[in-house]
Design a protein around this ligand. Structure first.
Ligand code: GUE
Length: 297
């Protein structure tokens, strides 16, 4: 039995960050200032804090300025909107990321809608999602763009391929489908109400799993030779030592016997998300400075 390839997202992300660092050096030379990324974290969720810290470190490592804003869970929506407005006006800030999810008493759409679309490095603003949907230049959500980069690296031209995206979130599923469509793939979005999900997935040359349910996509669902991108990050209790570990939305060990290639969790899509965030910040900085974006990004 042949075993598929494990796509090294961690290595690909490191290469992308090196390219971003080169681009940052060019930007500093051209403008005399560093690109800046502002990250806003509301509340105390430990997993979010760890993730924000690692983003901050990588931002500095590629030569950018990192600004972090921590606010308590109790912050009012008005105060959060005031902070966003301040960051919109701040010339040192090229990118603004508001860590999601936000506490329930805050209207997420209102907060995202308050971000200057030119600084919306998550690509979540309706202006950017509308630009993406109509085939215009946009800031594109980091995780789906990272997935497309891995897919094109593995498969080359995606034109005419059958792609099934499992999950319909605004953050991953929908923009992922738009990007695949822009690459001329034939795109299906499946979700929790899809009937006979196994047979829908079995049609696919490309499977993108973004449902947030641990190991939900089974190995035998995968068409032989398909390429699988696993976006899930699910923390589960590990029976053996009582510790927890993270797994994806795909039963990877089973799937390996069927796939051409698959991204692992961890070490697959996750590191790409952060690398693309830095890439988007550099792209936003160039656009704001009236410079053409670096060619290889
Ligand atoms: N506005 C906003 N934008 C985001 O992009 C965003 C967000 N909010 N809220 C939280 C999620 C989560 N997220 C991750 C990114 C990278 C890894 C990552 O690098 N994971 C590593 C390590 C995982 C581990 O060991 O814990 C990996 O998969 O290999 C994980 C999670 C971005 N998010």
């Amino acid at each position: 039995m042949t075993i598929g390839k494990i796509i090294d997202g961690k290595a690909f992300a490191a290469t992308l960050r090196d390219k971003v660092a080169d681009g940052v050096a060019g930007f500093v030379e051209a403008t005399g200032r560093k690109p800046g990324l502002a990250v806003v974290l509301v509340g105390e969720d430990p997993a979010s804090s760890v993730y924000v810290r690692s983003k901050g470190k990588m931002t500095v490592a590629v030569g950018m300025e990192s600004f972090e804003f921590k606010r308590p869970d109790s912050i009012g929506e008005e105060d959060l909107l005031d902070l966003i407005e301040e960051l919109n006006q701040d010339e040192r800030v090229d990118g603004i990321l508001v860590q999601l999810p936000l506490p329930k008493h805050i209207d997420e759409a209102a907060v995202i809608g308050a971000i200057d679309p030119a600084k919306d490095v998550d690509g979540f603003h309706v202006v950017n999602s509308g630009l993406l949907a109509t085939g215009q230049e946009a800031l594109v959500p980091c995780t789906p763009l990272g997935c497309i980069m891995l897919l094109k690296d593995e498969l080359g031209d995606l034109s005419g391929l059958e792609a099934v995206v499992v999950g319909r979130s605004n953050i991953v599923g929908k923009p992922m489908a738009q990007l695949l469509l822009a690459e001329s793939a034939t795109v299906t979005i499946a979700h929790s109400r899809t009937r006979d999900l196994a047979s829908v997935v079995h049609r696919a040359d490309i499977v993108v799993a973004a449902v947030g349910r641990a190991e939900m996509v089974k190995g035998e669902w995968i068409k032989p030779g398909a390429t699988v991108i696993d976006v899930g990050i699910n923390r589960i209790a590990d029976g053996e030592d009582g510790k927890s570990r993270i797994v994806g939305d795909v039963a990877t060990a089973e799937a390996l016997a069927h796939v051409r290639a698959i991204t692992p969790v961890p070490g697959g899509v996750g590191p790409m998300t952060i690398a693309v965030l830095l890439r988007n910040t550099l792209v936003a900085a160039h656009a704001r400075a009236g410079l053409a974006k670096p060619a290889d990004l």
